[in-house]
Design a protein around this ligand. Structure first.
Ligand code: ATP
Ligand code: MG
Length: 892
């Protein structure tokens, strides 16, 4: 049975049983800052389960697009873990419970195919239940599962909670025994590959309290209204119904795998058994490739683009892993242009948008492949250099430092470093590498924690919010107002009863004209007066939704909660920020005018007098486009359009064509900001009153900040003017210095630079001649050491490594060929000493070897041939002693 049919039957079964079919929520988890992607079907229904919102229906069913990032590591190694998968679920909100949920699942899976079911053999189905859930055991028994195929399991496997106070309860999972060729007998506890879990039924029965560890929290009692949440893995059911060994072989995935095998010339399955544990590494790779290409397709189709952070990073990792795996299989041609269209054709019957939007999706995917290949090229060059210098220094291990630098700075994967180093006969200090990785991870974690809110404990803020409800923001229409101090908190977020001069604290008002940082707009600053006291506001943050917190310092007097306050923002700063924000809207709209609708905003910063605007585009816009954008924006300024904001319904905003940010969550009521008829965008920020107030917009530069995302920076108003005035002054000064008109300055500079470069080259040549001109004199002064003519000399400080070597060879050439000769030249550059030894054939036939001499003088660090060898890396002061060491070696 095809996957699309399994999905259709699922929804039809539950619709027949009075469930409302609800479409999948977006794959990126937009409502939960702790999640990157939705990991389960129940996520969109959480507010109903937690009782935060009344459920609009009593029963629902859905097929939710899911990604579980921790499962990525399992892909291909087990039979059952995909990166992207679809979870079919049925849900009851205080309606039916276990006694109905179990038979509903049973009917669907065991009903014959001819009667709309999946036709699984009831004799091969196993159920697990929570330890003491006798109720479920009884229902299973009555439904048709004998006691010997019902297994009791503990908290870890069969008790569910969201990790926070709220609903929790036992679960019951359904498994199918796939037979002895997949593993050992004994039920799910013995072998989760042979016994494949396909459905989990969660019974939200109890209310749990707070608690630290995952399995350690108090159960407060039974829930008044009990809920059902189930998840049936669509790909897992397809695996069972299509009679294949694993979920990478189902209709939605296998064609990609086949194409990958064809390209790389592998015969999939030739060396593997049925069980996942009997897989050949090449087959595991092919599964990873097929899974990751499909997941990449689905993630990009949901508006995520490759980057170095968050969701974009997950996407980047899986795309790169797919490309890399193909190379490991021996395919060096383009990967995604070959495989992505196959994944598209597999997925478009269920998700037509992946075909409709394929041009955009593929441009990001192919762009990412190019970026990765560039990284590989760059990394390989750096690695080759590191290997060469390790070799010439006679070391056999590449440092952990180098491996980490390659990974961290150039995004060069460690497995590749290991592989290339091994080909060259070098080890890599892996322990050192891992140590540096751990250090970096710890640093990043601490940073992220500190960035989030500044504090881990939010209880002080929660009670401030509960005390007086949401803080009203009045700053769209006024810059100052009378208010009241609701709560005072310490800099670490603990409520306090008073603060005095010099204290850095946080203050919550009942209403405020201060804009909290958000939507890319920087916060307001200003002053809050409380009686005689003055509080200087540096920063304003919305710590919890609806709770605006002013951060700053008491400049004078005392401040206590409950007192009247007068809040006044820094008007000049606000105006400069508002102008920048309006300018951002204009730049956004103009970019879209020139680059097309897909040039959507990916991020922005609106600061006083300056803006940064990040946007999605597969390739860099040409300088002439940027020039045109700048020109058009400035033309809009001269038209002096009115900026107008209004609240309306989301549907109406959409009808008006207002631009909304991809993946951003908006309520039913939205605020629309329009600049005349030119730009219309959903926005909560503050703006100039008319476009004319912006004065001037100057785009400074444009650059790439990751594949597919570009950034422009611009100045607005007086800051733009000052910048241009400064540039003008600079050009005038250069013109004066060169004594040419301004328009000739660039030519002049170019000319001067070229002349300087020629002069430097000439100088270098002369220096080399000077050094080498000495060769004959030095050769004539050779001393006899045990019948060998020996020259030991230092090259002038700063002589290039090349010239040091040439000098040694020149001197050697000036000594009569029948006389055994050894020439040692030491050089000093950059604080280090180097040594070159040249030996002529007559000395060679006496058994003298240049590379032995160098290694002897430098305790093994160096190498080369018996005629010419070099080494170095010791402090410059040791140069004379290196020469001495050579002479001593000859004497002995
Ligand atoms: P497993 O132990 O096999 O990883 P799980 O206990 O993590 O499964 P649940 O959290 O109960 O799974 O999720 C409900 C259902 O979703 C599972 O029964 C399975 O059918 C499906 N599922 C879970 N993870 C994946 C995945 N990575 N790929 C495909 N399907 C999955
Ligand atoms: Mg799991």
């Amino acid at each position: 049975m095809r996957t699309a049919e399994i999905k259709r039957r699922f929804l039809a079964h539950f619709e027949r049983n009075d469930h409302t079919v609800v479409p999948s929520a977006p794959l990126p988890a937009v409502d939960d800052p702790n999640l990157l992607f939705v990991p389960a079907g129940m996520v969109p229904f959480v507010p109903y389960f937690r009782g935060q919102l009344p459920a609009p229906y009593k029963r629902a069913a859905s097929v939710q697009k899911c990604i579980r990032t921790p499962d990525i590591e399992e892909v291909g190694k087990t039979s059952r873990h995909a990166t992207f998968f679809q979870m079919n679920g049925n849900f009851s909100f205080g309606d039916y419970f276990k006694d109905r949920a179990i038979p509903l699942a049973w009917e669907l899976v065991t009903n014959p195919v001819g009667k709309g079911g999946y036709g699984l053999d009831p004799e091969r189905i196993w159920a697990t239940v929570y330890l003491d859930d006798d109720e479920s055991i009884e229902i299973w028994r009555q439904t048709g599962v004998p006691l010997e195929r019902i297994v009791r399991r503990g908290v870890k496997d069969n008790f569910w909670s969201m990790g926070i106070p709220g609903p929790c309860g036992p679960c019951s999972e359904l498994y199918l025994d796939r037979g002895p060729e997949y593993g050992r007998e004994g039920g799910p506890e013995v072998d989760e590959d042979r016994y494949l879990e396909f459905w989990n039924l969660v019974f939200m029965q109890y209310e749990r309290g707070p608690g630290g560890a995952k399995e350690d929290y108090p159960i407060l009692g039974e829930l008044p209204a009990k809920n059902i949440d189930t998840g049936m893995g669509l790909e897992r059911m397809a695996t069972l119904l299509q009679g294949v060994d694993n979920l990478y072989e189902i209709d939605e995935v296998k064609p990609v795998l086949d194409r990958a095998a064809e390209l790389s010339g592998k015969v999939y399955g030739a060396h593997s058994g049925h069980a996942a544990s009997e897989s050949h590494p090449d087959d595991v790779r092919l599964r990873v490739i097929a899974d990751h290409v499909r997941a990449g397709l689905m993630i990009i189709s949901e508006g995520v683009t490759p980057s170095n952070e968050g969701r974009g990073y997950v996407l980047r990792r899986i795309l790169r892993r797919a490309i890399r795996s193909m190379r490991l299989l021996g395919w060096t041609g383009p990967v995604l242009p070959e495989l992505l269209p196959v994944a598209r054709d597999c997925m478009s019957p269920s998700y037509p948008e992946v075909a409709a939007d394929y041009e955009r999706i593929s441009s990001y995917a192919y762009g990412e492949e190019e970026a990765f290949l560039a990284t590989l090229r760059q990394g390989t060059t750096i690695l080759d250099q590191a290997i060469a210098s390790a070799k010439s220094a006679g070391v056999s291990t590449l440092s952990g430092d180098k491996a980490f630098q390659l990974h961290d700075t150039y995004g060069f994967p460690i497995d590749l470093t290991l592989e290339i180093a091994a080909e060259q006969g070098l080890d890599v200090d892996q322990a050192g590498f891992r140590q540096l990785m751990t250090e970096q991870r710890t640093r990043a974690k601490a940073d992220a924690q500190a960035r989030k809110t500044g504090h881990a404990d939010l209880s002080g803020y929660r009670s401030a919010l509960e005390q007086g409800g949401k803080v009203e923001f009045t700053g769209y229409h006024e810059v100052a107002r009378d208010s009241k101090v609701r709560t005072l908190l310490s800099a670490t977020g603990t409520p306090i009863t008073g603060a005095g001069e010099g204290d850095e604290v946080e203050l919550v008002l009942d209403t405020t004209p201060f804009y909290a940082e958000g939507g890319g707009q920087q916060p307001d600053q200003g002053l809050i007066r409380v009686g005689d006291g003055e509080f200087e506001v540096f920063d304003v943050q919305q710590v919890l939704p609806g709770l605006i917190v002013h951060r700053g310092r008491v400049r004078r007097g005392e401040i206590e909660p409950g007192r009247d306050a007068y809040a006044e923002i820094d008007v000049n700063r606000r105006r400069a920020i508002s102008r920048a924000h309006t300018a951002t809207h204009l730049v956004h709209q103009t970019m879209r005018n020139f680059l097309g609708e897909s040039a959507t905003q990916a991020g922005s910063l609106n600061a006083p007098g300056r803006l940064r605007f990040d946007f999605n585009t597969p390739s860099a816009p040409s300088p002439s486009v940027l020039h045109d954008v700048e020109q058009q924006v400035n033309e809009v300024l001269t038209s002096d359009l009115e900026v107008h904001a209004f609240i309306t319904s989301q549907a109406e905003a959409r009808r008006l064509g207002a631009t909304a940010l991809f993946g951003e969550k908006y309520g039913d009521e939205v605020r629309v900001v329009e600049v005349g008829d030119y730009a219309r965008e959903l926005c909560g920020g503050t703006h100039a009153a008319r476009s004319g107030q912006l004065g001037l917009v100057k785009i400074l530069h444009e650059s790439s900040i990751g594949s597919g995302v570009r950034r422009v920076e611009a100045l607005v108003g007086i800051d733009a003017f000052s910048y241009l005035a400064r540039e003008h002054l600079l050009v005038s000064r250069l013109a004066e210095l060169y004594r040419v008109p301004a328009e000739q300055v660039a030519d002049r500079v170019e000319h001067t630079v070229a002349a300087l470069r020629d002069a430097e080259k000439e100088l270098e040549k002369l220096r080399a001649q000077l050094v080498l001109g000495n060769a004959a004199g030095l050769a004539a002064a050779a001393r006899d050491v045990h019948g060998v003519a020996f020259v030991g000399t230092e090259a002038p400080e700063g002589t290039s490594a090349n010239d040091v070597r040439t000098l040694a060879q020149e001197i050697r050439g000036k000594i009569a060929a029948d006389r055994p000769a050894v020439v040692a030249v030491a050089g000093r550059a950059g604080g280090k000493a180097s040594l070159v030894v040249a030996v002529n054939p007559a000395a060679r036939s006496r058994g003298v070897s240049a590379s032995d001499l160098v290694k002897g003088a430098l305790s093994g660090r160096g190498g080369g041939s018996a005629e010419l060898a070099q080494g170095g890396g010791v402090p410059a002061g040791e140069a004379p002693s290196l020469l001495g060491a050579i002479e001593r070696a000859l004497a002995s």
